[in-house]
Design a protein. Structure first.
Ligand code: SF4
Length: 258
């Protein structure tokens, strides 16, 4: 005879163990290495041996002024105005005393000509006052001069004196390094810091020249030529296959003929 159940709340039924869905394995975040950066730079060096600073200059002073003028402007445009500017004001002493209106007229086509005239005159005065008209040889000293940011200081020190203190990061360097995956973000100072952790000091200046050249010749902002790029196999740009096949979204080449 079955035992009578004692009075009280009914015992809970044992729950069946439901197998938990397995969590998807997390993709490890890609981390660029110095070896990858070296491989990329070696390929770029072989591809663009002619890469150099595209600004025309004869002295460190001229390079400094030309670099200040190149903000928001192409190097070709700057090269068109600097010969007349340096004919008229060949030294820091001459430019420091220049009438602003005359300087503005000479550099007008580079854009933002009023603030640029103010910058290069102020830069020349600072150079005279603190360095006897000579370009100083450190980023720190350069940056104390009016109109000079870290990019300008790196460009001038690297090209005029062969001093590698930092990596100049412009719009081309930002774009190409982000697409390749060797840097992340749109802050030039942060990207410079990331690149400096990957690239040996002696390659700093070349790094800028090579990425800029590659950005101009192949890794164009709007139409990268991924199909002709020697870095295709190393690049992490997600649209590279589409661009290589000329079917990238918005690319007129991919639009059907109607
Ligand atoms: S594969 Fe394309 S996106 Fe990548 S570096 Fe080359 S051109 Fe630029």
């Amino acid at each position: 005879m079955p035992k009578a159940r004692k009075k009280g709340p009914a015992p809970k039924k044992a729950r069946k163990a439901v197998p938990r869905a397995r969590a998807k394995p997390r993709k490890a975040r890609f981390r660029p290495t110095p070896a990858l950066a070296a491989e990329i730079l070696d390929i770029l060096e072989a591809t663009h041996p002619e890469a150099r600073c595209a600004l025309d200059y004869r002295t460190p002073f001229e390079l400094s002024v030309a670099t200040i003028l190149s903000a928001q402007c192409t190097d070709e445009r700057v090269n068109k105005v600097t010969p007349a500017l340096f004919d008229r004001f060949p030294t820091a002493a001459a430019l420091a005393e220049a009438p602003p209106a005359e300087v503005e007229g000479l550099i007008r086509s580079t854009g933002f000509f009023r603030s640029k005239a103010k910058s290069i005159i102020g830069f020349s005065r600072g150079l005279l006052e603190h360095h006897g008209g000579e370009i100083p040889r450190s980023v720190e000293a350069m940056r104390k001069l009016p109109g000079v940011g870290r990019k300008t200081a790196n460009v001038v020190l690297g090209h005029a004196y062969g001093i590698n203190e930092g990596i100049a990061v412009d719009t081309h360097v930002l774009r190409v390094t982000n697409r390749l995956g060797v840097a992340r973000g749109q802050d030039p100072l942060e990207v410079e810091r990331q690149l400096m952790a990957l690239v040996p000091v002696e390659r700093y200046t070349r790094t800028t020249d090579l990425f800029i050249f590659h950005g101009r010749k192949i890794c164009d902002a709007r139409r990268p030529r991924c199909g002709a790029c020697p870095l295709f196999g190393l690049c992490r740009f997600q649209d590279k296959k589409a661009w290589a096949a000329k079917t990238a979204p918005g690319d007129p080449v991919s639009q059907p003929d109607i």
